[in-house]
Ligand binder design. Structure first.
Ligand code: LLP
Length: 409
C-alpha cells in the first residue's frame, strides 16, 4: 500500500500530499484491497479444509470496516458487551459470531444465551458454573468451546503472550478433561469444541506445531466424547520492521496444515493483525524539527494518544517521510503529549524531512485507533477507507462537543 514514486510518498495510487488536502491530520487511512489480499492468503493456506475465518474485532472495531469484512464472508470474534453491540449493529449472522473473554459478566452471558452465537469460548470452570446456573434457570441450550492453555512459549512480546501456564487465559488441559467428562451430556451446555490462542504477533511456526500437537493428543485421549470443531485462535504476525520477517505462510501450509487436517473437524480462525495490520497507516504533519546538542526531534501532530503501541510495547513501526530525498540522519520521532514515552521511534535513520511536511506511520491497521485515548484531551483521529481508488470517511474525527456532552453546564 506504501511506495515512493518520483521520490514522493504514495498510498496506493494517490500521493499522500493529495490525500491530505482538505483533511485534518493526524488521521488513519485503511486500504480495502490490502485487507482483501490478506484474506486471500488465509484462504490459500486453508484450501481443502473445512474452515471458517473470523476477525478479532479487538484489532479494529470500525463498524464500516466490520461491514466490509462481513460482506467478504468473514465472521467475528467478540470479547465484550461493546463488541457484541457492534456485531449486532453491523448485522453479522449469529452463526458467524464467536465469543471470547475471561471476565464475562452475568448479563453478558444472559444476552448471549438469547442470541445463540456459534460458540462461547469458556475461559474457566468458574465461568462455566455461572453459565450453567443461567441456562438451568431459563432452560435454553448454548454451544460452548473450552479455552485450553497449552503452556507453549509463543516467542513474542510478554504482554501479548497468552498460552503460558502463568498467563491468565484459559484452563489447563487436565481441567478441560474433567469438565468434558462432567458436562458432556448436560441438557443445556453443549460442549462442541476446543479453543486456544497462544499469543499475538507470532513469526515462528513451531509454537503452533507444539500447541496443535498437544491438542491432538488431548483429543485422542477423549475417546467417545466427540467434538465438532477446534478454534485455533489468531496471532499470525506481520512484518513491522520491513526486514523480511513475514509470517511464514508457506511453512505454515507445509507443517501446520497437515496437523490440522488430522483433526478431521471444522477449524475456526480468529485473526486480527494479519487481516488488517498492514492495511492501515497513520498520517501526521510535522510541526517542528527541534535540534538539541544531543538529538534531533521530529515533533509530529500525532501522538501516543492516537497510537500507543510504540509507547506501550516498544513496538516498532516503520516511518515514512513525505519525500525520500532529504539527507539521511538519525531522529527521534515524537508527539506533543506531555510524556517522555510519547515517542514513535528513537534514533531512527530517516531521510531528513522539513517542518510542515507529512509523515506516515505504517502497519497501524490493527491495535491502532482502537487503543487511542483522550489523554491530554486529544481527540480521537478520523478514519478513512481507500476503496476503488476513492477515499471514504469511515469515522469522522472525534468532536469536542460530543466528547464533553456529559457536562451540561
Ligand atoms: N483471539 C483471541 C482470544 C485473542 O485474545 C486475540 C488477541 C486474537 C484472537 C487476535 O490476535 P491477532 O491475530 O490479532 O494476533 N494490543 C496488542 C495485541 C493484543 C492481542 C490481544 N488478543 C498489540 O498491539 O500488539
Amino acid at each position: 500500500m506504501i511506495s515512493y514514486r518520483d521520490n514522493q510518498l504514495y498510498l496506493e495510487d494517490i500521493a499522500v500530499e493529495e490525500i491530505v488536502k482538505g483533511r485534518q491530520t493526524p488521521f488513519y487511512l485503511y486500504s480495502l484491497s490490502q485487507i482483501k489480499e490478506n484474506i486471500e492468503k488465509v484462504h490459500w493456506a486453508f484450501e481443502g479444509l473445512d474452515y471458517h475465518i473470523s476477525f478479532a474485532a479487538k484489532a479494529n472495531n470500525n463498524l464500516y470496516l466490520l461491514e466490509e469484512l462481513k460482506n467478504l464472508g468473514v465472521g467475528i470474534d467478540i470479547v465484550s458487551s461493546g463488541e457484541f453491540e457492534a456485531c449486532k449493529r453491523v448485522g453479522f449472522q449469529p452463526s458467524h459470531v464467536i465469543v471470547n473473554g475471561n471476565g464475562k459478566t452475568k448479563s453478558f452471558l444472559r444476552n448471549l444465551v438469547d442470541y445463540q452465537p456459534r460458540a462461547v469460548n469458556i475461559d474457566s470452570l468458574e465461568e462455566l458454573e455461572r453459565l450453567e446456573e443461567l441456562v438451568n434457570d431459563c432452560e435454553e441450550s448454548i454451544v460452548v468451546a473450552l479455552r485450553i492453555n497449552p503452556d507453549v512459549d509463543p516467542i513474542t512480546h510478554p504482554y501479548i503472550s497468552t498460552g503460558l501456564k502463568k498467563n491468565k487465559f484459559g484452563m489447563a488441559m487436565e481441567t478441560a478433561e474433567i469438565i468434558i467428562h462432567k458436562y458432556f451430556n448436560h441438557p443445556f451446555i453443549k460442549i462442541e469444541g476446543l479453543h486456544l490462542h497462544i499469543g499475538s504477533q507470532l513469526l515462528y511456526i513451531s509454537p503452533y506445531e507444539d500447541a496443535y500437537n498437544k491438542v491432538k493428543e488431548f483429543i485422542n485421549g477423549l475417546k467417545n466424547h466427540q467434538l465438532k470443531f477446534i478454534n485455533i485462535g489468531g496471532g499470525w504476525g506481520i512484518d513491522y520492521t520491513k526486514d523480511g520477517a513475514e509470517f511464514p505462510l508457506q511453512e505454515y501450509k507445509e507443517r501446520v496444515i497437515p496437523i490440522l487436517k488430522e483433526f478431521n473437524m471444522e477449524i475456526i480462525l480468529e485473526l486480527g493483525r494479519f487481516i488488517i495490520g498492514n492495511a492501515g497507516v497513520l498520517v501526521g504533519s510535522i510541526e517542528y524539527i527541534k535540534e538539541t546538542p544531543h538529538k534531533t526531534f521530529i515533533v509530529s501532530d500525532a501522538s501516543m494518544a492516537d497510537l500507543i503501541r510504540p509507547s506501550l510495547y516498544n513496538g516498532y513501526h516503520h516511518i515514512y517521510p513525505q519525500y525520500n530525498t532529504g539527507e539521511e540522519g538519525i531522529f527521534d520521532i515524537v508527539g506533543p503529549v506531555c510524556e517522555t514515552g510519547d515517542r514513535f521511534a528513537e534514533d531512527r535513520r530517516l531521510n531528513r524531512p522539513e517542518k510542515g511536511e507529512l509523515i506516515v506511520i505504517g502497519d497501524v491497521g490493527a491495535y491502532g485507533h482502537v487503543m487511542s485515548s483522550n489523554y491530554n484531551f486529544s481527540l480521537r483521529p478520523a478514519e478513512y477507507l481507500l476503496k476503488n481508488n476513492r477515499i471514504e470517511v469511515v469515522r469522522p474525527r472525534e468532536d469536542f462537543q460530543k466528547a464533553t456532552a456529559y457536562y451540561n453546564r
